[in-house]
Write a protein that binds this ligand. Sequence first.
Ligand code: AP5
Length: 225
Amino acid sequence: MNLIFLGPPGAGKGTQAKRIETLHGIPQISTGDMLRAEAQAGTALGQQVRAIMDLGGLVSDEILIAMLGERVDRPDCARGFILDGFPRTTVQAEALDAMLASRRSRIDAVLLLLVDEAALTERIAGRYTCARCGTGYHDHYKQPRVPGVCDVCGSHEFTRRADDRRETVVTRLDAYRQDTAPILPFYRAKGLVHDIDGMADIDTVSRAIDHALAQAKAAGTVTES
Ligand code: AP5
């Protein structure tokens, strides 16, 4: 099962993709996480992309397409994958289609998280993650069960993303409107898009996604791995 999560910054793509990863045993592929890992490691690529990301712009299609092609060929993707943050431009969407067709594969469903943009800044500004295992939290909407202790690995260290400043969120939203939203007709024409109300609470959004996937499976458009 090959899935795409689409939606603006802060829509909940990562939150829901991680849950589907655990539920279905297929990997979440977050291109944002991959780029941040490169930047953190100080690789040549990481140095090249860090400034772009910190300002909220998009990294080049060429870099992203090469990175994704290498990632989906890894053995853990044999039963499928969940894309979170890719594709983000029409060029990326078309390249993904061609890449999968050459591997006799395809996208099974696109889960579009519909959100009120006014709420996104608050969601993003309140977000933080465990520094050790990457589990995501929020100051108001998703706090650890024991304050200051990660639910998953017990770490006491948390980090906030450099691009989660309010002024950068504006640029990221502009990039979504200008470059990413235009790819929706491409997937709608294929009948793959499931509209999900991303403004509901996290558990309600999860249930809506499960319902959409069950419907797609019943209709034969999603083949469960
Ligand atoms: P990326 O890491 O992909 O960031 P993004 O798309 O901006 O998305 P976010 O991670 O900010 O949000 P999300 O939708 O995953 O929300 P989350 O679940 O965390 O990309 C970062 C940068 O990398 C880009 O700006 C670009 O520079 C570069 N890049 C990456 N991919 C690229 C590509 N393909 N091409 C070019 N450049 C690329 O949720 C947010 C918060 O809200 C969390 O705290 C969460 O707990 C909370 N929350 C989630 N759901 C709910 C809910 N239903 N109710 C209340 N709170 C909620």
